[in-house]
Design a binder for this molecule. Sequence first.
Ligand code: FAD
Length: 554
Amino acid sequence: MQSQTLVPFSINARPDSLKDTNFDLIVIGGGVTGCGIALDAASRGLKTLLLEKEDFAAGTSSKSTKLIHGGLRYLKQFEIGLVRETGTERAIVHQLAPHLVLPEKMLLPLIEDGTYGKLATSFGLKVYDVLAGVKGKDKRRMLNRNEALSEEPLLNDDILKGAGFYAEYRTDDARLTIELVKTAVRYGAQAMNYTKVVDFVYNDAGKVEGVVCEDQHSGEEWTAKAKQVVSAAGPWVDKMRKIDESLEGKRLHLTKGVHVVVPNEKLPIKHSVYFDVPDGRMMFAIPRGKVTYIGTTDTTYEGDLNRVVATYEDAKYLIEAVNQAFPTIELTVDDLISNWAGLRPLIHEDGKSPSELSRKDEIFTSDTGLISIAGGKLTGYRKMAQRIVDIVLRKRDDLPYKNCFTKTIALTPDSFKDSVEVADYIESLSDRLEEMELTDYHAWYLTTIYGKQAEQILVRYEEEDSSLDADVRLQLAEVWFTTHYESVQSLSDFFVRRTGRLYFDIHSIAPAKDLVANTMQTYLGWDDTRLVKEQETLQILVHDATHYYEEELV
Ligand code: FAD
């Protein structure tokens, strides 16, 4: 496994240094797909520029169920190829970032008249294990009713018949995306957040040879040129195809997925549970740190792409489903402490409902040469990136062909070898943190968010004001790290995508937000107007994460 050292990645390349560069590849979109492509391309020696209109992972790649999974339900739809690819990828992505892609046992309760019968589940999970190459103690086990209840006593024992117990992986989608882009930068890619592509540049033959971008803070426009442009703009892919005047044939069908978050005490499950919903769908309840999150919905979406919110209807649907699976918890909307809503950029198929649409990725090449990629899964990002870069290299004989080797590129410097090393590190960190007034939770949090990069944050922690509350002091150290090494440019970058605090530790924001804002102002040189704007934006985000709207925003 190749590992490298951390490089500063703050406000990275700026227009002046880019205007005269002729790139091999420009990637539009800093979600997991675009960042994966940037890493694949840069590591194969392509001069690569990645442009993201907001923050890295600000689109779908921070709003998923955060599972690196083979997609059991796709087996039911006979998408064998998809299950095999994502199944194999799980193990690879785990090895690339063992602190970030953690093994997670999943319980699949079998209930009367449920989606999966006992025999079908036993067979299906076995096929799933074989397709995904699962070995040893991770192989699926079938549990009888009593065994299932002893694993999860809160399950509905009136209808429970048993359970399947199988292996998946849990991740943090936004952190995975940021580590990907950081690694791409270590391999020489240029990557810029808050830089929107507003138009394409064409040569005399009508082929795309660059993009016009707009700095989202200053409004300044500039042009960047490249031999090839790839759009990995997720839900915005058709908007880019429209600008390119190539929106014909297959189109996106966006579906919205909402997750709600409750404190652990409200749904104290030991494992992730994949349970039946009355309307025939399936849903996840996933414990993580102090909370459990529940999701997801799947409804056709036609509202504002830039501000997707949870409605009261979404919350009601999720609450009814979880109360049916765990009848004693009696969850109400007042128990929800946070939520997120994201869009699946799926490919439209006539006559199919949102849940029936394929999750396979699709690549479109327009007459102008613009390559667009949409659909797919977080889990399959590496293979999607490989396919795109293979296409680019085969198309351009002025670029030397080199095989993909991202399978061997660790996603953080000084990476862990495996989960055992991760667990040992958390344990040893817990002991050290006690002396620093931090808790076991912080040891788990720092390790699963930053890996061994936690060490730099802890050195900085010692330099911050010791009279502060320990968690606030830690947040200031994290602000230092993320502004210097992770291109944080706003309060929402910090609270939502680098630390996940808005979703998983929302109560930690209020005591720290003013100090965090002032510290960020110093590091990033904001004037007071910008500071106020940032604070207002954060307020809106907190509102959206804790509020349920009557209808979608348009
Ligand atoms: P995005 O993450 O949306 O990235 C596209 C980026 O392009 C955005 O950041 C956007 O700002 C940027 N952009 C758009 N226009 C421009 C422009 N003009 N200029 C510059 N930048 C631009 N997959 C799994 O494997 N496991 C799961 O558990 C899972 N759960 C899911 C649950 C839900 C509710 C949803 C919605 C999806 C889930 N997925 C899951 C799927 C997975 O999240 C997506 O496939 C993946 O995140 C898509 O990434 P992307 O990079 O293609 O799109």
